[in-house]
Design a protein around this ligand. Structure first.
Ligand code: FES
Length: 171
């Protein structure tokens, strides 16, 4: 059986201190609330993504069942449980967005970035991620990038967003 690595050996001292900061905000018996913040801290340290050993080490560190960490990491689209590019473009394809044309938006993004949904550009700059409803249905179709929501998307708006991200027209 593989020996689980200790979180302290896998992330920086500062990151451990930041997780401790969050842990101390809650009563000792409330072990799960710091999971959200801790995953953010770990993801930031690990090239914008999480992996199984890190999630297991975090669960051991917080003394919670491993599944408690997996549930959070896989529920929220802001966590990436697979390696991703430097910038993740999250496109909602759930019902409202689908009815309002997310398929066209996805097709346009795929063409512009020359990747399929779920893939990362060759230079590691962008990942195109399909996400579930992000609670912005009133502005469907929508996407999120760099923690900013862009709503009522059209292909022209997508081009504008890509230009702001430094993607040239001929890429
Ligand atoms: S269905 Fe896309 S934000 Fe709700």
């Amino acid at each position: 059986m593989a020996v689980a690595l200790k979180l302290e050996k896998m992330i920086s001292e500062q990151a451990v201190a930041d997780i401790e900061h969050w842990r101390k905000k809650y009563p000792v018996e409330r072990k799960r609330p710091p999971i959200l913040a801790a995953l953010h801290i770990i993801q930031k340290e690990n090239n914008n993504s999480l992996n199984e050993p890190l999630m297991q080490a975090l669960a051991d560190y917080l003394d919670v069942p491993h599944i408690a960490v997996y549930e959070v990491a896989t529920f929220y689209s802001m966590y990436h449980t697979k390696p991703v590019g430097k910038t993740v473009i999250s496109v909602c394809t759930n019902l409202s967005c689908m009815l309002c044309g997310s398929k066209n938006i996805v097709t346009h993004l795929e063409k512009r970035l020359n990747i399929r949904l779920g893939e990362t550009t060759e230079d590691g700059a962008f990942t195109l991620k399909e996400v579930e409803c992000m609670a912005a249905c009133g502005g469907a179709p929508m996407l999120e990038v760099k923690e900013e929501f862009h709503e009522n998307l059209t292909t022209e708006k997508v081009d504008h967003i890509l230009a702001e991200l430094g993607v040239d027209e001929d890429e």
